[in-house]
Design a protein around this ligand. Sequence first.
Ligand SMILES: *[C@@H]1O[C@H](CO)[C@@H](O)[C@H](O)[C@H]1NC(C)=O
Ligand SMILES: *[C@@H]1O[C@H](CO)[C@@H](O)[C@H](O)[C@H]1NC(C)=O
Ligand SMILES: *[C@@H]1O[C@H](CO)[C@@H](O)[C@H](O)[C@H]1NC(C)=O
Ligand SMILES: *[C@@H]1O[C@H](CO)[C@@H](O)[C@H](O)[C@H]1NC(C)=O
Ligand SMILES: *[C@@H]1O[C@H](CO)[C@@H](O)[C@H](O)[C@H]1NC(C)=O
Ligand SMILES: *[C@@H]1O[C@H](CO)[C@@H](O)[C@H](O)[C@H]1NC(C)=O
Ligand SMILES: *[C@@H]1O[C@H](CO)[C@@H](O)[C@H](O)[C@H]1NC(C)=O
Ligand SMILES: *[C@@H]1O[C@H](CO)[C@@H](O)[C@H](O)[C@H]1NC(C)=O
Ligand SMILES: *[C@@H]1O[C@H](CO)[C@@H](O)[C@H](O)[C@H]1NC(C)=O
Ligand SMILES: *[C@@H]1O[C@H](CO)[C@@H](O)[C@H](O)[C@H]1NC(C)=O
Ligand SMILES: *[C@@H]1O[C@H](CO)[C@@H](O)[C@H](O)[C@H]1NC(C)=O
Ligand SMILES: *[C@@H]1O[C@H](CO)[C@@H](O)[C@H](O)[C@H]1NC(C)=O
Length: 507
Amino acid sequence: MRVAVLVLVVSVSLTEARCVPTSSPQCYKNSTKPDEDFICEWDERNPEKSQTHILHIWDTVKNSFRTHVKCSKPAQAYLHLEELGTPSRKTDIWVQTQVGNLTCNSSKTSVILECMVKYSKPQIIRMKRSAGILNITLDKPTDNKGAIYEIRWRKRDSEWQNTTFETKDSTIKDFHILHLQNRTIYQIQLRRQAILRSHPCKDSLHALWSDWSQMVDVPSEIRRRPVIRCVEKNPENGTRDIHLSWDAPLPEESVGGVKYILKLLDWPCHKTKKKKQTTNQTYNTSITYSEARISIIARNKVGHSPERHIFIPALKHLNYCNSDMPSNIPKADNNTCLEWYKLEDGETRPKTVNSSNNILLKDIKNEVDHFVRHYYFLHIKRNKQYQTVVMCPFYSKQKAPINGPANVNISDITHESAVVHWLSIPVVEQQGFLQHYVIWISGQGNTKFHQVPANKTSFLIKDLHPGVSYTVSISGRTEAGNGPNSTVNFETHSKEMGTATQSLLTE
Ligand SMILES: *[C@@H]1O[C@H](CO)[C@@H](O)[C@H](O)[C@H]1NC(C)=O
Ligand SMILES: *[C@@H]1O[C@H](CO)[C@@H](O)[C@H](O)[C@H]1NC(C)=O
Ligand SMILES: *[C@@H]1O[C@H](CO)[C@@H](O)[C@H](O)[C@H]1NC(C)=O
Ligand SMILES: *[C@@H]1O[C@H](CO)[C@@H](O)[C@H](O)[C@H]1NC(C)=O
Ligand SMILES: *[C@@H]1O[C@H](CO)[C@@H](O)[C@H](O)[C@H]1NC(C)=O
Ligand SMILES: *[C@@H]1O[C@H](CO)[C@@H](O)[C@H](O)[C@H]1NC(C)=O
Ligand SMILES: *[C@@H]1O[C@H](CO)[C@@H](O)[C@H](O)[C@H]1NC(C)=O
Ligand SMILES: *[C@@H]1O[C@H](CO)[C@@H](O)[C@H](O)[C@H]1NC(C)=O
Ligand SMILES: *[C@@H]1O[C@H](CO)[C@@H](O)[C@H](O)[C@H]1NC(C)=O
Ligand SMILES: *[C@@H]1O[C@H](CO)[C@@H](O)[C@H](O)[C@H]1NC(C)=O
Ligand SMILES: *[C@@H]1O[C@H](CO)[C@@H](O)[C@H](O)[C@H]1NC(C)=O
Ligand SMILES: *[C@@H]1O[C@H](CO)[C@@H](O)[C@H](O)[C@H]1NC(C)=O
């Protein structure tokens, strides 16, 4: 029975058209500029689809209509300034709704249109948080006028706190400082109001608040520089694959998102770092055999962390060239990079490193200081990958070594042999590529001569005579000749003692 009645009521209200008035309209312009048109908005409360609206504007001073506006969009109408005449006089505005042959009117709103300014909601352009202070930079209203702002903020799940502040007329951006507790996430929102100075608007009754800006989460500032881990795959074909990964900032620093900005100096001919932005916590790249420098910062909504720098050292320097300049690179271009530097001790990369993408080794080979070891790399860019095709030491001109080997001494003396030891000649004293050591053994008026590979530091002297004094002279040799001798004397054991030792050992 009850159900039947309900069905009846519903069906009646569906068939019988009714006119439900809209809310009273709100009319405003979006800046204080005098030539701005107005917009009126209201809420439709009538479920009917086929309703139409007419906006009536009544001049209460003249007691006449100023205009009637047919609405094109639902719940909205534009009022053009030229149709309105003087917007500084008191006006009554209402919306007439028509459904079929029924009409109804909203309640009237009584305003001075000129004073109805509603700014767009404030936009936060930038936030910077440090040392307990949040500096919020805001967009200007389109008329570049000062405005009254209300800002509200809260710790998550707490009560709002609010305050108002006023800005000045200018074209520079407005900013506001808020004192916040360290290490705490906040939420903030702002709205604003025009400051109306013209005579009829002195009464602030008409001031309209803009909508609230979108609520934003305010993370705390990122205090620590990111920790980067770097894994280097085995060098192959002139390329090293690098896998970088790093940790996210603390949770209270990560609210609202974190971006990482990487700067890479991975192509030695680039003078400025390449910039990469990512939200990932990993980055893969490939680099040459030469030194690469990488820096990273973590950026959130309120600032960025201090910068972390890492450098990936060059591959160990070679003592000799292990390949020649490839013949398929006849000339330099933007895809080649020649890099060179002084390598005085054969190991330490100096501060000053030269690089160029429009010359090749032949162009500098004779230009660098003579008799000093230098090192060069030739890198190429192929399929966006960086690759080192040659790396080797070189000299513009070579000389014989300055000194003979140091610490020459003799051990393991028997009646017919001895072992000579020495320290290799340091690279700074070599003045060229050490080809080998030359050893002279003189005794009993004879001199014997040996050549020993440059990577050796000892030599077994055989076929000596028992109980004889010998002089050993040893010098390093480069393509320019022998260096000075380092000399040591010794005497072989007498035959008897030699056999005694031998028989002792063989017993
Ligand atoms: C301000 O309102 C006018 C219409 O009255 C509109 O054309 C304009 O886009 C609005 N400007 C902003 C910034 O909303
Ligand atoms: C209004 O329209 C309804 C149908 O839509 C009709 O029944 C009614 O007679 C009309 N009233 C007048 C006064 O025209
Ligand atoms: C609504 O307003 C218009 C314009 O003043 C008027 O002609 C009409 O009679 C009003 N309708 C009602 C139902 O008050
Ligand atoms: C917040 O941290 C800053 C330094 O980062 C410090 O100067 C300030 O005193 C701290 N404020 C509070 C309330 O702890
Ligand atoms: C806040 O930031 C603005 C620039 O956006 C700057 O002009 C102003 O000096 C800053 N204020 C403070 C207290 O840091
Ligand atoms: C803070 O908000 C309350 C409630 O909306 C309001 O009554 C009060 O005037 C506001 N205070 C300021 C300083 O804006
Ligand atoms: C290195 O070069 C060799 C010969 O050209 C090729 O077979 C090999 O796949 C290359 N390795 C990589 C990792 O590209
Ligand atoms: C993030 O990593 C994924 C794979 O893990 C990759 O597909 C994507 O391109 C990366 N995005 C950026 C911006 O590096
Ligand atoms: C980056 O390299 C690592 C290790 O080589 C690998 O596990 C990972 O899948 C690579 N990531 C991308 C996005 O290529
Ligand atoms: C090489 O690079 C320079 C500077 O980046 C540019 O001016 C020049 O046009 C490039 N040359 C070629 C052949 O691409
Ligand atoms: C010394 O150099 C030769 C080739 O010149 C090489 O075969 C040998 O392995 C090297 N010895 C050492 C200890 O490096
Ligand atoms: C080194 O000693 C050898 C043998 O005594 C001698 O022939 C040679 O001239 C000496 N070299 C120098 C540079 O004195």
